[in-house]
Design a protein around this ligand. Structure first.
Ligand SMILES: Cc1ncc(COP(=O)(O)O)c(C=O)c1O
Length: 414
């Protein structure tokens, strides 16, 4: 028997799941205030797409926007489009749009590079804040690229710093800060963990980091576009995030970098011409631009940035509170059905919606075989080694009946 029998809430969920029907899930779709958004996406018939946490789906308007960028702006406008179509302003313009999704102020976010490169930039800014502090602290279960980047920056800076790994969760972080807080330069964590989907309390953790005089760097890759964020209210110092997951920016979409205004004097490590105050003066002398633009390095990838901008425009039309409510409901329903119908699968994601992102991970010793069989049935999720199955519930286009049908497929496969 799975863990559903262990608590009253669990027992309730188990009975509720066993009395649900596909029709009752279809009724939830019918009443869904976000219903219209699904029609905005290209979703192949016969596919239940539960991998928007890895690569978001393609909005129709983004295909149209790409067509216009390629045919008109590039094909006809040629180099004139840097000005006529304001290609040159895209990193800041798209950054300001993402700022609205993550609760940042205008002028604090810029779209550039990949998340890994932006992490390198943000971390190198964070280490300038108090050069006497040696420790870079991170959750030991952070996404690998975050840890690789920290190690490589530390090596690059001559190994004067050290990466300290702590267990997941606010309590472990606070205990570490209580004992070694005065040595900590920066705490760098991913807000929603890429495997468990456990979500940090950003306000609580950031406040604890600030109390010891350190700065907070959050990776929002699994949060932005799936749940409400308020970097300003949480007084976050630095943040980065992916464009190709819930933001639906397309494969390899550029990432974004947030730097709170109070740090806009800091020097970035890859000073290139696009971060120059006047790039088109072609001056031999580097002079950093003011504001967030100084964190640009090279020429923006216009085509992929146009895709991201268009997809973010779509997302800005959706009420974020409704998206969060639906995302929690989809994940709750999935967990309840899995626990009731596939008790051999262990749910490793928190049951409590308030501390969870928008994906659910299940443990099975033959996870890759299970996922292959699901994909053969049209249910697309992904695997994380050694034994996890991961299912993302992007609230703009996943339906309640998709949850129902995915679990039915899972029952057959398992
Ligand atoms: C939390 C997190 N950070 C960073 C990355 C990698 O980002 P990029 O490929 O843009 O460097 C990922 C990719 O899945 C991720 O999940």
């Amino acid at each position: 028997m799975g863990s559903y029998g262990e608590t009253r809430a669990g027992i309730w969920r188990y009975h509720a799941a066993m009395t649900e029907t596909r029709d009752s899930f279809a009724a939830l779709d019918h009443a869904d205030p976000l219903q219209r958004f699904r029609a905005e996406f290209d979703l192949p018939p016969g596919v239940i797409y539960l991998d928007g946490n890895s690569l978001g789906a393609l909005p129709h308007r983004t295909r149209e926007r790409l067509r216009a960028v390629v045919d008109r702006e590039w094909g006809e406008g040629l180099i004139r489009s840097w000005g006529d179509a304001d290609w040159i302003g895209m990193p800041q313009r798209t950054g300001d749009k993402i700022a609205r999704l993550i609760g940042a102020h205008p002028g604090e976010v810029v779209v550039t590079d990949s998340t890994s490169v932006d992490l390198f930039k943000a971390l190198s800014l964070a280490l300038q804040v108090d050069p006497a502090r040696r420790l870079v602290v991170s959750d030991r279960n952070n996404f690998p690229t975050d840890l690789y980047v920290a190690e490589s920056l530390i090596a690059h800076l001559g190994a004067r710093h050290e990466l300290a790994l702590v267990d997941s969760g606010e309590a472990a972080l606070e205990a570490f800060l209580a004992s070694r807080g005065s040595e900590v330069a920066v705490v760098m964590n991913t807000h929603v963990n890429f495997t468990t989907a456990r979500m940090y309390d950003m306000a609580r953790a950031t406040a604890a980091i600030h109390r010891v005089g350190a700065v907070a760097l959050w990776d929002l890759s699994h949060s932005a576009g799936a749940l409400p964020l308020d970097l300003a209210a949480c007084d976050v110092d630095f943040a980065v995030g992916c464009g190709y997951k819930y933001l639906n920016g397309g494969p390899g979409a550029p990432a974004y970098l947030y730097v709170a205004k109070r740090f806009h004097h800091l020097r970035q490590p890859i000073a290139g011409w696009m971060g120059h105050a006047s790039p088109f003066d072609f001056s031999g002398q580097y002079r950093a631009a003011t504001g967030i633009s100084r964190y640009l390095s090279g020429t923006p990838p216009v085509i992929s940035m146009a895709a991201l901008e268009s997809s973010v425009d779509l997302m800005l039309e959706a009420p974020m509170a409704e998206m969060r409510r639906k995302s929690i409901a989809l994940c709750d329903a999935f967990i309840a059905l899995v626990e009731a119908k596939c008790p051999r699968l262990e749910v490793i994601t928190p049951r409590e919606g308030a501390v969870r992102g928008s994906h659910v991970s299940l443990r099975h010793p033959r996870s890759q075989d299970v996922m292959n069989a699901l994909i053969a049935r049209g249910v697309i999720g992904d695997c994380r080694p050694p034994d996890l199955l991961r299912f993302g519930f992007a609230p703009l286009y996943v339906r309640y009946i998709d949850v129902w049908d995915a679990v039915e497929a899972l029952v057959q496969v398992v």
